[in-house]
Design a protein. Structure first.
Lengths: 324, 324
């Protein structure tokens, strides 16, 4: 499954730049960290650069300081001739970190998004993999590199994040097998989950409470809305709030097929996150408002205050429900 | 690993009673359902009886109607001579369903609790297994019985519940391997998780919001309390509230080592659920009040109204923290 060209790509150079997408998640950052480990085991050198602040959430990673933020910690770093992009479907998703790619550089793209554009010279793209981390594990196997406990932790984190803790439909026998091997190699599921899911700020937990109070059901309980007002988001506490996953609480209600999280981010501008379970395609709904995403997760913006935006959105949803 | 005696126990009889503990969780019920499947594949007959209403949460199981409630659906059922108890560490935990065990019956106990008392004639007890479901899987392998998609669903559910979705420290390479085999055999992680975790009542979600609003941190953020007043629990909505897992939201706050959920269940009687992460032993704290449980999860009752109970509990916690 691992292309021979990807293996020679790694063997034929000595110094690598490892990139991943802006605001990396556990799969992007974990895969990048693991790639650097593998390269070092091969006696090579590698630098990880990202175009955003390294997310605090992954500060528990051993060698977390490896990750350099472009423009902040990359002074004097010359462009690289050999570049590995992990978990990024387009070169644009690498952001400014792509400025470190030399004009005539060779690029290897490792990604599990089938939508990955072939922007690289060598492509290792596998849409059947649940996470890029799973593919990096196969790369290590192919190279006969034993997985260290640290590498196991990075890769297990990538898999846990991208399978939603082995919940999403991409939870295949293969990824469970790889996860088992990673635990054998030293990944600690309890420790990793504590860092990823038991590390909320007090403000985040309180904001979730506030949000759940606003939940309303519509259309015979098929659609749930919840919101944050602009006034609430102006408070001092807000900078410590991470709303990641909040919308899933609305989706977790029995009978709800579509959950909508509305936030009036600026006066008169309402951001909406949509999530679906079952057959409803929220991407189609988002598109009507110039937004987009996937069938099960999409987003859009309405240039109206919260209440008006909600009404417009629900009216359009009703039409879509009737048409469907 | 599977004792030869357990295998002959299954081969040597024709008609079995399968029991599990009162208020069965996914592991108890899933293991019982899977045992009946295995026995039928062997050409045997089996009945599942429990001493409580079959939990609604597992109504998505194919053949859910197999589960009979003792005293409600067991009229005319004669005591059994061959009995299998799954996931129950003592005969008392079987409740009234144990009345269906004939005086001279042979009992097989299958359990992953090391604390399982040897109340049975044949014991298959394995403290290294994450779930009884994992052991039932090994039993099927030993018997060379192919796992049907239904059986895979029952067993996967047991494993998901008992590992907390592959989060707890019992998430071993072995259990991940078995989980992978179960997905291969037809278990659908997405479907199962939707039924187990995306099936809340509106009242449950609203009650969680209400609870999160009451969160307070104490002792430099080491201890979090949250509560339901007696008045709130008297409301009509309360009968649709399932507080399972609520206390974990308080525990998920960064820096919190002990989370306390207080509920004034009757006027002047406060029930407390304790959860810990890190080193704090909540069982020791619970014991002081005549309660108990495990180091990471325990419960107790204080015969005082909410506010007074909270003060008494926090004073005792402070003493324990200072002593530790």
């Amino acid at each position: 499954m691992v292309p021979a060209k990807a293996i020679s790509f790694l063997m034929d150079a000595e110094r690598f730049l490892v990139l991943t997408h802006i605001n990396p998640d556990g799969d992007g950052l974990g895969s990048a960290m693991a790639m650097k480990c593998l390269l070092e085991r091969l006696g090579k050198k590698a630098e990880i650069v990202i175009d955003s602040e390294p997310p605090e959430m992954f500060a528990f990673f051993t060698n977390y300081e490896w990750v350099r933020q472009y423009g902040v910690e990359t002074d004097g770093l010359e462009p690289f001739n050999t570049v590995i992009s992990v978990d990024a479907p387009t070169i644009e998703r690498l952001g400014d970190a792509a400025k470190l790619i030399a004009d005539d550089a060779n690029i290897l793209c490792i990604d599990h998004h089938v939508s990955a554009k072939n922007f690289a010279d060598v492509n290792y793209i596998d849409g059947t993999a649940s996470a890029t981390a799973q593919m990096v594990y196969y790369l290590a196997s192919e190279l006969n590199i034993a997985i260290t406990p640290e590498t196991a932790e990075y890769l297990y984190t990538g898999i846990v994040i991208d399978t939603g803790r082995f919940r999403f439909s991409n939870t295949t026998p293969d990824v469970l097998h790889v996860a088992g091997e990673l635990v054998k190699a030293g990944a600690d599921p309890d420790k990793i989950s504590r860092h990823l899911y038991y590390n909320n700020t007090l403000e985040t937990t309180q904001a979730l409470g506030k949000l759940l109070e606003t939940i309303e059901l519509h259309f015979n309980g098929k659609v749930a809305t919840a919101h944050f007002t602009h006034a609430y988001m102006l408070g001092d506490h807000w900078k410590n709030v991470d709303t990641e996953g909040f919308v899933n609480h609305a989706l977790s209600i029995r009978g709800v097929e579509v959950a909508m999280l509305l936030r009036e981010t600026k006066t008169g501008i309402t951001r909406v996150s949509l999530r679906a379970k079952g057959g409803f395609d929220v991407n189609e709904l988002a598109k009507i408002f110039g937004g987009g995403g996937h069938a099960k997760a999409a987003g859009l913006t309405i240039n109206e205050p919260l209440e008006k935006a909600k009404k417009i959105l629900l009216d359009e949803t009703e039409r879509t429900l009737k048409a469907g």
